[in-house]
Design a protein around this ligand. Sequence first.
Ligand code: GRF
Length: 202
Amino acid sequence: MKKIAILLSGRGSNFISIHNSIKSGNISGAEISLVLSNKADALGLTHARAEGLHAVFADYSKFKDRVKYDMYVAAQIKDSGADLICLAGYMRIVSKEFVEIFKDRLINIHPSILPSFPGLDAQQQAFDYGVKYSGCTVHFVDEKVDHGAIILQSLVAINDDDTVDDISARILKEEHLVYSKAVKLFVEDKIRIIGRKVVVQK
Ligand code: GRF
């Protein structure tokens, strides 16, 4: 049984989607061993508690030092026995020390086709730029923001009359599919990292 830790800060729809994929058997041989949030009022944390999952609020104000905080979070992850750590709307930049501990098993979802539009408000960035396609990317996390090796990407078309909300909703739908797909591949040990490239075994 592979164990998964989820780090989030808000709504938690990607976490819920991964959890539903596990519950439905679409992802088998895996369980969520920890849901951790840096925000006490994150909806994702409330949902995790309601589902009887191990849910932790990690309060940054008790640390005020990025690396010490990250080491506390790392200890929670280690205690949970997690094999895979999924950032799912976790609105903190993780330290290089944290990345090092979980090298090659720390993944993130970003709502754009990287390397376009890294950072905050990726959907707004895509809208403002006027691209005809955007989408989402699941990638390994390295020491640079939204930069690590890409596992899966999924495109969505942008129509002339779309609002940012339309684009965000279309991308989010795709995020839910592609994040579960990437987690399933990891759990089934079908992912190989070769330099910057990720090879997915058929
Ligand atoms: C998603 O758009 C994800 O790509 C980004 O943060 C958002 C989190 O949404 N990293 P949710 O909390 O999973 O609903």
